[in-house]
Ligand binder design. Sequence first.
Ligand code: ASP
Length: 594
Amino acid sequence: METMKRTATCGALRKEDTGTSVILNGWVHRNRNHGGIHFINLRDRYGTTQIVIDQDAEEALRQQAELLKFEYCIAVRGVVRERPDTMKNPAMATGDIEVAASEIEVLSTCKTLPFMIDEESDAKEDLRLAYRYLDLRSEGMQRRIRLRHEFTFAVREYLSREGFYEIETPTLIKSTPEGARDFLVPSRVQPGKFYALPQSPQLFKQILMVSGFDKYFQIARCYRDEDARGDRQLEFTQIDIEMSFVSREDVFRVTEGMFGHVFEKTLAMDLPAAFRRITYADAMNTYGSDKPDLRFDLPIVSFDAFAQKSSFNAFTGALESGGCVKALVAPGCAGYSRKLITELEAAARIYKAKGMAWMKVAAEGFEGGVSKFFNDSFDDITSALNASEGDLIVMVADSWLITCNALGAVRNKLGHDLGLADPKRFEFCWIIDFPLFEYQEEEGRWAAAHHMFSMPQARYLDTMEADPGSVKGDLYDLVLNGYEVASGSIRIHDPEIQKRIFRIVGFSEEEAEERFGFLLNAFSYGPPPHGGIAPGLDRMLMIISEQTSIKEVIAFPKNSVGVSPMDDSPSVVDAVQLKDLHISLDLPDTTETD
Ligand code: ASP
């Protein structure tokens, strides 16, 4: 190997290197024989270089080239030469040159590939994951893993410069309060006892504040046993941040500064110095979502006044039962077929709307759908909704929450269908003034909307028990292009307020003591006021690399049922291991066989 150690990478050589003798190491990406000339695309992490074995090369070398298959790992010695003008490839960084080979060494061979190493690979997901080491060789995965590194590096650079310490917290802990199911790890030396894997470092970062580390961060792995979806995995990574002696404004400033730095470093893109702020209520009313996609406008508008005056029972009935009616203008969609309208309605129904009314805007009046109920108010409605000829108006009448959510889903679908959601635009916004509590219908009780350690806004402190539903929290989300990319809050550091919150969410003192006693105890030793935030790293990377699944930015993700087809985890363990852990299995009956 010593003699054939690389002198350049496959992405490095340019016209200026013409005449240089080089050795390249890499993988055979393509190997073509054009009329007796071999063209090999040799690939490594840095790029691809064209290797040429000329017609007049030694016969042994030509025969060797003939035998090179996809993904053989080889070393090539040769001389850099400029390609003839007609053969230059401006799409390749090394496209002006090629290397005329004089010696090839096969470092290792490769079996027949299960799929081609290619970004456009349409190989089934499980196959990609089973051979993840091959999938990771693709240009797209290599680019995204590099982006991940650069992004995390820039985060560390910014936060360290701002005086933050990176501190690791344990992964074998007592349960954390993020509200998902815990992964449990049995203790061998403490029979019958279990550690939980952290759903986030929440309690530890708050304790670090008590310890005086007033600016903390961690690129932290979090574990939540919940259904995997496009933007969720059982294990994922957060940029976990906590600060002492701060208000919401300080947390916002650090987060904005951090993403400003990171976007400049990784995407050469300037972000606004401060992000827009929208209250939860405005976001729901105007965009039908607490994670609005602000790359397009399409506002939702109240239709109550027109519904009230109409004789359309479905609308007046909704108003009488305390609900509302809202409308959304689909610009230029008057030509939508019945089928397309039904598809929009299907989006509304996912969010429990009983139906979606519609009418088309023509020159003189409304047409189709529910138009006959509203033609009398044509001018008023079109001006209130800013609608014009050729538009489609869709409406939902239901409880406030269902109406907002349903039209929010229609709005998102329209944004995508009409091509308004430009993947290269990044629209951040803060959502503020969230309710602190959410009513759990099934359980008939109040629950914390974020987690139980978030501070109520000061003006609600006197009325918290009397009217939990009206309490706004000192909590916030950061939203990017329709995704929640971070949430955080100013925390409670006053044990009395903490106890009141536990009481409102029906958490007995014993239970609170049992689960979080150590935190409450720490809070009796001079805790500083503090707050923080935790941006999701995978989700951010997914969005900026224009993907729809976080698996595309994680080196070794699990599939949708939590399995890693490559190393076949989770897997059965042998009886001795279980015995050591004092565990016996009580498996459900299953008719499935392997
Ligand atoms: N621990 C919270 C979460 O994971 C974030 C925070 O409040 O800092 O959502």
